[in-house]
Ligand binder design. Sequence first.
Ligand SMILES: Nc1ncnc2c1ncn2[C@@H]1O[C@H](COP(=O)(O)OP(=O)(O)O)[C@@H](O)[C@H]1O
Ligand SMILES: [Mg+2]
Length: 325
Amino acid sequence: MKIAFVGKGGSGKTTLSSLFCRFLASQQLPVLAIDADINQHMALALGMPEAEAVNVSPMGLEINRIKEYLRGDNIRIHSDGVMIKTTPPGTGSRLVRLLEDNPIYSYFQRQINGVRFMATGPFSEDDLGTKCYHSKVGAIELFLNHLVDGDHEYVVVDMTAGADSFASGMFTKFDITFVVVEPTLKSLSVYDQYKFYAKDYGVKLKVIGNKIEGLEDIEFIQSKVGDDYLTSFHKSNYVRKMERGEYLSLEQLEHENSAVLQVMRDEVNATEKDWDRFYKYTVEFHIKNAQSWANATAGEDLTLQVDPNYNFRMESNSWLVKSSQ
Ligand SMILES: Nc1ncnc2c1ncn2[C@@H]1O[C@H](COP(=O)(O)OP(=O)(O)O)[C@@H](O)[C@H]1O
Ligand SMILES: [Mg+2]
């Protein structure tokens, strides 16, 4: 399952996505965490020492390694140079599983306390809306477009929620999107914006309240988001101690907050995968990107990369069966 954490800066995306990954790993479930947030703090939140975190190879800086592998011998993509972030898999492309060895994982992936981890690498506020930002997050989009995850396998992406994520198809890549909100109007305005952009794309949004101090906070969020509300994480001493550099085991997390992680996992497990929707939007956003800028840059018609004979649902199902044998 592909899971995004979005929300206003400071709302708690990194805190909650990291705790969720640690929680899944503590249950021996396979989990891959991806840091695509503007502030790259996920490695630290997962418990990687700072000195090591700076050595994680950023996917955004070496996107060609990813392209080269995923392109395989797809004849519709004649070189890495014409493969863009939205290029969909087709006949000859390599699909990727969560549990396997491949050159992408061996180069970019690190293990942090049972959680597998990859990162886009840092970008700045100034990068937003620029080519730089897009190519960094584009590495993740391209990877996700080729990633065939099975049931009870979890990919968790800590993401910047700005209008930028809607220019590409990134926001359509997820089976479920958790919007982390504090009980404030500012925080909720990011939810409103996300909801507005996502409404025509069958995106499943669930709101997680954070830094809750009482029933009033929960009622306030519920009154604004209605049925999208899922659960709420309380203001936490555990989180504050972690913030001071104490790395605590998950057993020490407050009971009420552990319960929230379980509710989130149950919600993910109850979510239906829809590969047809996934691929449909991969193609749709590829055509949009090709026509709006990439054809001009590449000097050729990149819409021809879409393979009309490719059935992604069938390919991914047979890939899951074949690679688990
Ligand atoms: N439930 C919580 N209780 C106490 N502090 C929290 C909680 N959630 C987040 N924080 C603190 O709020 C700040 C922002 O959280 P962070 O996860 O980095 O947000 P984001 O990734 O959305 O920018 C951090 O200092 C974090 O420790
Ligand atoms: Mg963050």
